[in-house]
Design a protein around this ligand. Structure first.
Ligand SMILES: O=C(O)CCC(=O)C(=O)O
Length: 266
C-alpha cells in the first residue's frame, strides 16, 4: 500500500518536475511545499500592513467553531452569490499593496512550479471578478474541524463559472506561524456523496467517523511556506497555541483535461 505521508518540499533552485501537478491532484503527493520562495521580510511586512484592515476582518460563527477572515469566501455565499461579489468589491480598495503584490507573486510561482500556461482570478460574466485570495486568522485556542472544499458540489445549480472546473486545488501561504499546534492534517480520503450521512446540518465540517482508519499526512507550516494540496480530500487544522496563525489562501481549479489552465478564487 502507498504511504500517504510524503510531504514534498521544494526550493526555488530545484528543477520543475512535470508530474507535480498530477501528483497533487491525485494526492500521490498529499502536500507540496514551496519553501524559500517568500522571504521573512515580505511576510512580516504583509502582517504589519494587515493591522490597517482590522475593521474589515469578519468572524463567522458556527455551532462547532468560528472562521475569522479578511475577504469573502464563496462557500459562505452559495445561496446568494451576488453578495460575495459585492463584498469583494467593497473590500478590494482597502487591502494593502503588500498583500496584493504578494498575491500576484504567489500566482506566478504556482503557475511556474505546476507548469500551467495560465492561472488567473476567475471572472463571472454578469458579476465580475472573484475574490483572488482570503486571509485567515487562527488565534490561540482555535481549530478548524474536519472538512473538505468542493465548489462543484457546494455551488451546484448556481450556474457559477467555478462549477465548471475539473479538479480543485488549494494554495496556502503562511504569513505568521503559531507557537505550537496549528498543524494541517490531510486524510487519504476524497469526499464522496454518501459521506453526507456524517454531516450535521448547520455545522462546519464532518463527524470524525467519515475518516475512520484513513492514513494521514500532517504538516506544520512555517512562516513563508507556500503549500498546495487537493482540498476535496478531508482535512483539518489542529488547535493553535500562542501567536495567531495567519495565512493567505486561494482555491484554483483546472479547466481543461490537459491541466494547463486554471482559474482561482477564494
Ligand atoms: O490553513 C491551512 O493549512 C488549510 C486551510 C484550508 O482548510 C484549505 O485551504 O482548504
Amino acid at each position: 500500500m502507498a504511504i500517504f505521508n510524503q510531504i514534498r518540499v521544494i526550493n526555488p533552485s530545484m528543477f520543475v518536475e512535470s508530474t507535480w501537478l498530477d501528483d497533487i491532484v491525485t494526492a500521490r503527493i498529499p502536500i507540496l511545499v514551496l519553501r524559500g520562495f517568500l522571504t521573512a521580510e515580505v511576510s512580516d511586512a504583509v502582517v504589519a500592513d494587515l493591522t490597517q484592515c482590522r475593521k474589515q476582518v469578519r468572524v463567522s460563527h458556527y455551532p462547532n467553531g468560528a472562521l475569522t477572515t479578511l475577504g469573502p469566501y464563496l462557500a459562505k455565499y452559495t445561496s446568494a452569490p451576488e453578495n460575495y461579489f459585492t463584498e469583494m468589491r467593497d473590500i478590494q480598495p482597502l487591502l494593502p499593496d503588500t498583500l496584493l503584490t504578494l498575491r500576484e507573486q504567489v500566482y506566478w510561482w504556482v503557475q511556474k512550479v505546476l507548469k500551467l500556461e495560465s492561472l488567473q482570478t476567475a471572472q463571472e460574466p454578469e458579476l465580475g471578478p472573484y475574490s483572488a485570495a482570503i486571509v485567515r486568522f487562527h488565534a490561540d485556542g482555535v481549530a478548524n474541524p474536519l472538512h473538505n472544499d468542493h465548489i462543484v458540489r457546494d455551488a451546484a445549480g448556481s450556474g457559477l463559472a467555478v462549477t465548471q472546473i475539473l479538479h480543485q486545488l488549494s494554495c496556502v501561504v503562511c504569513l505568521q506561524e503559531c507557537d505550537d499546534g496549528g498543524e494541517l492534517r490531510v486524510y487519504n480520503k476524497k469526499w464522496q456523496a454518501d459521506d453526507e450521512q456524517f454531516k450535521t446540518p448547520g455545522e462546519l465540517g464532518y463527524q470524525d467517523g467519515v475518516v475512520h482508519q484513513c492514513e494521514t499526512c500532517e504538516f506544520s507550516p512555517r512562516r513563508g511556506d507556500i503549500y498546495l494540496f487537493n482540498p476535496t480530500y478531508y482535512h483539518e487544522i489542529d488547535r493553535v497555541s500562542g501567536d495567531t496563525r495567519i495565512t493567505m489562501g486561494f482555491f484554483f481549479g483546472l479547466t481543461d483535461k490537459k491541466m494547463k489552465h486554471a482559474i482561482a478564487w477564494s
